[in-house]
Ligand binder design. Sequence first.
Ligand SMILES: C[S@@+](CC[C@H](N)C(=O)[O-])C[C@H]1O[C@@H](n2cnc3c(N)ncnc32)[C@H](O)[C@@H]1O
Length: 305
Amino acid sequence: MTSRAASPSRLDVAAYVAELAAQPGMTASRLFRILMHDWAASEFEGEKNAVNRVAAEKLGWPKFQDGMPMYRLTPVNGFNVIVPVHANTETIVATVADRIGPDTQAVIELGCGPGRHLFDIRDLVEHRFPHLKYFGTDISDVDLGICRQVAALEPVRAAITFHKFDHLAPDFSFMTGLKNVVFFTCHTIEQVTTITDKLFLGMLAAAETFVCIHEEPVGWQLNDEVLAAVQNNAFPTTPRIVKPFQPVDDYAAAATPVGSRWNLNLVPVLRDLVAQGKIKIERVDKHCSGMHLYNPTTRIVWTRA
Ligand SMILES: C[S@@+](CC[C@H](N)C(=O)[O-])C[C@H]1O[C@@H](n2cnc3c(N)ncnc32)[C@H](O)[C@@H]1O
């Protein structure tokens, strides 16, 4: 027996969270630490992670007692690099925390899934900004249920409230009265094949002052050649092989989003809003991080123009 449970698949996360939540002394951060620790094995499972298995073999990575390699490949700042297998190289929590100041009234995650980022952000800033409000939204009742179960573990902490929300029919009434907020999304617009400008116009209408941070697997959409190949149904079916220490390849980066019919148009929609003079893009960090080699994350930060 090892300290690590079998990697929880997407389908049994709710049951696993319920089991963990019932343990004595459980907290939100401890629960997500266990979840992410146990998730490490999934980096070596399935076809898309064959690259990690091959790299582990070829490069002779050391292994844990049950045979799981101690390292994995991951996209970081545009390169496929090797990191400790349990390391979380995502940058969304630090990027959002960096934008919270004394005037910020709320932090709002759209498409929060199990809510892990919001609980992390609260851990980091609650002592400095005790009056900050936290909102999570998602279309999935299962995920909202998980979020509420985790929130209930620490009733004395600043409240995080969770609301049903659809990126395609956005209703921001849950944040009525708030004027200065930080919005963010992480690998959730990815699940909407064709996003419309309603979501972004909704943010513009909902708060006077805000910054919006997306960390989504859309870096390949910045490459006109790859975008045109996708739009013209000419995306190559033979996958590019991911190579350690090499720059992230835009075709490889598009493999999962295109193959899964995930989001194909976030960048064009944001560019259109820039052209209309409605928003301005502060920064774009292509393939900045990510859990999966064929689905690297790109950071896009924008505000009202
Ligand atoms: C991969 S999970 C990411 C969750 C979270 N942001 C994270 O990084 O842990 C994607 C989430 O997007 C949500 N989602 C998918 N389509 C959505 C939509 N149209 N509106 C709102 N949420 C949606 C899913 O229910 C799921 O919880």
